[in-house]
Design a binder for this molecule. Sequence first.
Ligand code: SF4
Length: 489
Amino acid sequence: MTKVVITTDRTMMTNHHGKEFIGFMTTAPPIFMPEWLWMRISAPKIRTDERGEPWQAPYGLRKIEAALLDAGIDAAVIDPDHLSKHIDKAKVLAIGHHDYFALGPPSSEWWVLTGREPVNAKSFRKLMERPEIKRAKRNGAKIIVGGPAAWQWLYKPDLMEKWGVDTVIDGEGERVIVEVVRKALSGEELPKFIQVGVEDVPSLQQIPLIKKASVNGLVEISRGCPRHCRFCSVTLRPLRHYTLDMIERELEVNRRAGLKGCILHSDDVLLYGSDGIYPKPDPIIKLHELAKKYFKDIGWSHFSLSAVKYAEENYRLMSRISDMLLEDDDYIGVEVGIETGSPDLAERIMPAKALPYKAREWPSVVIDAFSIMHDLRIVPAATLIVGIPGERPEDVTKSLELVDELRPYRSLIVPMYFVPMGLLMNKEWYRAQPTQEQMDLMKACLRHDLFWIDDLARWYLRKANPFLRLSISLFISLVKRAASRYLFI
Ligand code: SF4
C-alpha cells in the first residue's frame, strides 16, 4: 500500500490496444454505437499486477512517479479499478489528465457539434465520484491535480470544492510536486494553485527518468519549441534536449517491461539536438540509430512541416530516416500542424512556424512537406484551427483551398475549434455553430479523410486484433454512409 497514489481515469489509463491514434476516440462522445463499445475500442483496461500497478502508464504520470521515487517518497501509479487497495493508507492522490473536462481540442469541438459530452470528461467525472475517492477525502488525503489540462480547473472552482481538490499544479510539475507532496505528508497547508514559471521548470539535469513502462513505449526526447506560435501552450516552455544517454535509459525501461515498440516524443522531433529552427542531421541520425538498437517499431509524435521540407531539401534527412525505419510497403504516422492555409493569418498567429521560409509562403511549405512525406510513406495526421481570433471568412476559404490541394497526399486532416492557450490565453473560446465557410472547410476535411481512409485503415489495422479490425471497419462504413446521406460527400 502506497502513501502517494498517482492515478487517472480509464480514458487515460489504457494503451488503446497498442494503437496510439485510436486514443483520439476518447475525445468524442460515442458515435453510431453504445458507450460501452466505444470505450472498449478506445480505452480497454490495461493489465495490472496484484497491487494494481499497470504494466504501462501515461508518460506524464510516470514522470511524477519518478520524481517522487527519486526524492525517496513512497509513490506508485495505480489503475483506477484498484484504488480500494491503497486508499485507506493513501495520504495523497495525485491525478493527471490531458483533458479533464473536454474543454481542450478536439473534445470541445465534438461537444459543440454533437451536443453530447465526450467520453473523456464523463469518465473523469465517474472517477472523481467513486466511493474510494470520497473515502480517501474523509480519511484526510490531499488531492493534487496537474498535467497538460491543469488550466481547466480555473474554469471549474465549483468542482474543485465539490471533489475536494486541494492543489492544482499548472506547468511542468516534476520539481514542484516533490515539495507539495512533502508538505501534504507532513500535514502543512497547501497552496490552491501553482503556476510553474520559467524559473521553476526543471533543468535538463532535473528531469527525472521514468522507472516503469510508459504507454506504447513513449519516451520524451526534447521539451519546448522555438517557433512560439501565439495559440500554443508549448510556446511558454524553454527548449531542452535530452542527452542520448537519458533517452537510452528510458528505452531500456520500456524494453525490459516487454514493450515491442517506442514513440519518440517531442514538440518537433526533427529539431532534436538543434539550437534553433534548423534541423541538424547528425543528432537525428544518432537518435534513430539508438532507438533501432532497442525496437523494430518506432513512431514519432510531432514534426513541424517547415522542418520536414528543410531537412529533406538540404540533407535528404527524411529519406534517410524513413529508410532506417520503414520496410516493404509499410507506412509511419506523425502529427503535424497546418493550422491555417491563409498567409495573412499565418503571419499574424504563427510568424515563425514556416521558418526558415517566409510566413507568407506557408501554404506552399505545407504542400511541399506533404509531397515529401507522401513519397516516403510517412502519413501526417494534421490539425487545422477553426475560429481563431481575427479569422475572416477569406482566411477560412484559403484553408479550404489548401485542403483541396492536399488531396493527392496520403494523410488525415482534422479541423479543431480554437481553445484559448499560450499567448492567446485571455481570448474568447470558440463555441459557435460553424459559419458557412467553416462548414465547407469541415466538409472538405471529411472528404479528404474519407478519400484516404481505406488505404490508411488497411495499414493501421493490419496487425490489430480481430475485434478492433471489425469494429473500426464497421465504424468507417457507418461514417461513410452518414457522410453521403446527410452531407452529400
Ligand atoms: S510549431 Fe507547434 S509546438 Fe511549436 S509553437 Fe508552433 S504549434 Fe506549438
